[in-house]
Design a protein around this ligand. Sequence first.
Ligand SMILES: [Cu+2]
Length: 111
Amino acid sequence: MKTYHYITALSVAFFAAPVLAQSMAGMPGMASKATVAKTGKGVGVITALDPKAAKITIKHGPIPSVGWPAMTMTFSANPPTLLKGLKPGEKIGFDVTTHGATADVTAVRAQ
Ligand SMILES: [Cu+2]
């Protein structure tokens, strides 16, 4: 009986090992996919500006190239100087670069 249990445990370990190795190998791939930069162009209305923190909040339309539906969200301005002269309520076109869950606005155009 003792031998039987030992063999069972061993065979479970043997069969589980490749699965475990495979899922661990998948993790770095997923991580790098999440942090890979994507770029897109959007159009929206500025709802808030925080020049000190270099933040801009935009109610924007869908941006398919980064997989976003329409939403209101806050971006980091990169470079921060692109916030100069902007006002809440202004309609703008903008370029965005995403890094996983965070996003930078990298250019702003008058609409
Ligand atoms: Cu968004």
